[in-house]
Design a protein around this ligand. Structure first.
Ligand code: ZN
Length: 164
């Protein structure tokens, strides 16, 4: 599985490209992109949940990939986005669309990196059928590389001062 930096920067980069080429800057605001990026981290909340479970019960249980990586959650957020769009609540519909994107991107990256089995069809039992390109062994290096590329992009766009 990729680490947090790869998840969040990939989401920022793709949503930023979509914003630049396909949406108006008023529709896909930096705040919405931030929400989409943070949503790209949410499936890994099962890691600290596992730590809490271990602390409370005193037994070790690996919750990672057990249920939060399921397609159930992006399906629900997509349905909410569609309902909001039909109800003409465009801003909220865009936010839920960004959350849906972040959740799908997270599972897609986990799938590509491999390393940990995920139950993508929870609550049904499923067999992990990801192609897994074996990048999990390079997660730290890719995290650092993505971070440096992101800083380079921000410097190129003259926006790095916004983060310092
Ligand atoms: Zn994950």
């Amino acid at each position: 599985m990729p680490f947090a930096v790869v998840h969040i920067i990939t989401a920022f980069a793709i949503l930023g490209i979509v914003r630049h080429y396909f949406f108006s800057k008023k529709t896909l605001t930096p705040r919405v992109i931030l929400i989409g990026g943070i949503a790209g981290l949410l499936p890994d909340l099962d890691i600290p949940l596992g730590w809490v479970y271990d602390f409370v019960t005193g037994t070790s249980l690996n919750l990672h990939g057990l249920f939060l990586h399921s397609v159930l959650f992006p399906t629900l957020t997509l349905l909410i986005a569609i309902v909001l769009f039909i109800a003409k609540k465009k801003k909220l519909a865009v936010i839920f669309s960004a959350i849906t994107f972040g959740l799908i991107l997270h599972s897609s990256l986990d799938c590509l990196f491999g390393g940990v089995d995920k139950n993508f069809l929870w609550p049904l039992n499923s067999v992990n059928s990801c192609p897994e390109f074996g990048l999990a062994g390079f997660a730290e290096e890719l995290d650092a590389m993505f971070f440096v590329l992101w800083l380079g992009y921000l410097e190129f766009r003259k926006k790095v001062k916004d983060y310092i």
